[in-house]
Structures are given as structure tokens and as C-alpha cells.
Write a protein that binds this ligand. Structure first.
Ligand code: C5P
Length: 214
């Protein structure tokens, strides 16, 4: 019963983790499965949008009608996102690693003992888009928190110049799981998007986006 209300719109989605190399065979990663972001890309395409999905390393099929760019690191994800601009809407769902490692060009040997890794900050893709000359009209970030969910999400919205933050309580088994409970924080307040499968919540969020753009 949903119309194709996003026809003609370009929607950019990031999803999955990033992998930050330690050496040629080892990485620092996080537990993002990419399922919520892929479901959002699928829901956007189903509403008729042109969708670019920038995906970190995940084991998921590309949703129908979605143009996918695979990346590994946060630096690569930022470059792919910028190359995909302009977009009407950007939904940054990826769990980007906060730090990268000063990687060794050759494999670290176990016999040398535990390495002293040196970390450097990664670019914040959402904050970069927040002040970008080609800033999408509707810029949406996610906040995955185990504590003080809504207040942390509200701070993130202003700190990163996002229009909306989708707040995601990850204190349960959300990471990698099939279901989720989302709240939407806008400049006007907080809306409960409900609990359900990641696919159902993706459709709810995209319907809300279509309503906003109309
Ligand atoms: O600060 P935090 O990582 O909790 O912010 C989460 C939001 O910011 C998500 O939308 C995530 O995709 C985005 N983010 C990003 N680049 C980073 C870190 C987070 O785009 N380096």
C-alpha cells in the first residue's frame, strides 16, 4: 500500500563495521553485522529512490536495485561517501571504528611479544557531512548506546550537525541480531519508532523520511 514516494531522490547509506589494519593479516574491527543499514538501503530502493550503499566488510547480499561500494577502512568509507555526493538524504548507519592503527607493513611476529599499537583518530564521516559544501538536505545519524541513550543521542545530533539521530539501545542482543528498538530525535523532539525486526523498522524510518521530503 506504500507508493513510490522517493522516486527521483538519491539516498546515500553507510553500513557495517570498518576494519582497521594492524598489519597485512590482522585488523581491529567491531561487532556491526550491517543488517540494519542493509535493511534501510533495501527499504529506500523499494520506495523508488536511487540508493548508494557504502558497505564495510559484511557477509550480506546487495539488496535489489542498490548500487553498492565496498570499503574496508574509515578513510576509504569517507572517500566513497564524498564521491557519491550530492545526495538528497544520507543515512549513516555504519559503526565506524573510532581509531585506526599505525599499521606495520610486514606481519608482526608473535615471537616479538605483544605489540604496542599506536592509534590515531579516524575521520568522523557524519560530522564531515554536517559541514560539507554538498551537505545532504536531510542528514541522519545513528546513536548506538548502552546507557543514557536519548541524552547521548541529543548531544550527538547537535555536535555533528545532523538533522536527525536514530537512537538505538544496544544494551541487549541488538548487535548482529534480527530486531531492534529505535527512537527518532529531530529538532522538534523525540518520536518512538517502535520495536520490531530491522526490516520493519527500516520501512518505518523510510516512510518518515518520505513524509519529511514531501
Ligand atoms: O560518535 P558515534 O560513533 O556514537 O556516532 C554515531 C554516528 O556517527 C553514526 O551515524 C555513525 O555512522 C557516525 N559516525 C561516522 N564516522 C565516525 C564515527 C561515527 O560517520 N568516525
Amino acid at each position: 500500500t506504500v507508493g513510490k514516494d522517493l522516486t527521483g531522490k538519491h539516498i546515500l547509506v553507510t553500513a557495517g563495521p570498518t576494519h582497521e589494519p594492524i598489519d597485512p593479516v590482522r585488523v581491529i574491527a567491531n561487532r556491526s553485522s550491517g543488517r540494519q543499514g542493509f535493511a534501510i538501503a533495501a527499504a529506500a530502493a523499494a520506495l523508488g529512490a536511487r540508493v548508494t550503499l557504502v558497505a564495510g566488510p559484511v557477509a550480506l547480499p546487495t539488496p535489489p536495485g542498490v548500487a553498492r561500494i565496498d570499503v574496508e577502512t574509515a578513510d576509504q568509507m569517507l572517500a566513497a561517501v564524498e564521491s557519491a555526493l550530492p545526495a538528497d538524504v544520507a543515512i549513516l548507519v555504519a559503526a565506524v571504528a573510532d581509531w585506526k592503527v599505525e599499521a606495520s607493513p610486514s606481519k608482526l611476529k608473535k615471537s616479538a611479544g605483544p605489540p604496542q599499537l599506536r592509534f590515531a583518530p579516524n575521520p568522523d564521516i557524519l560530522a564531515t557531512l554536517g559541514t560539507h559544501p554538498d551537505r545532504p538536505r536531510l542528514l541522519i545519524g545513528f546513536a548506538a548506546e548502552t546507557d543514557n541513550l536519548l541524552s547521548n543521542a541529543a548531544s550527538k545530533r547537535t555536535a555533528k550537525n545532523a538533522d536527525w539521530i536514530v537512537a538505538n539501545d544496544v544494551s541487549g542482543d541488538v548487535m548482529g541480531g534480527a530486531s531492534n528498538h529505535l527512537h527518532l530525535l529531530t529538532a522538534d523532539g523525540t518520536e518512538d519508532l517502535g520495536a520490531g525486526s530491522k526490516e520493519v523498522l527500516a520501512r518505518t524510518l523510510l516512510a518518515r523520511i518520505a513524509q519529511d521530503l514531501a
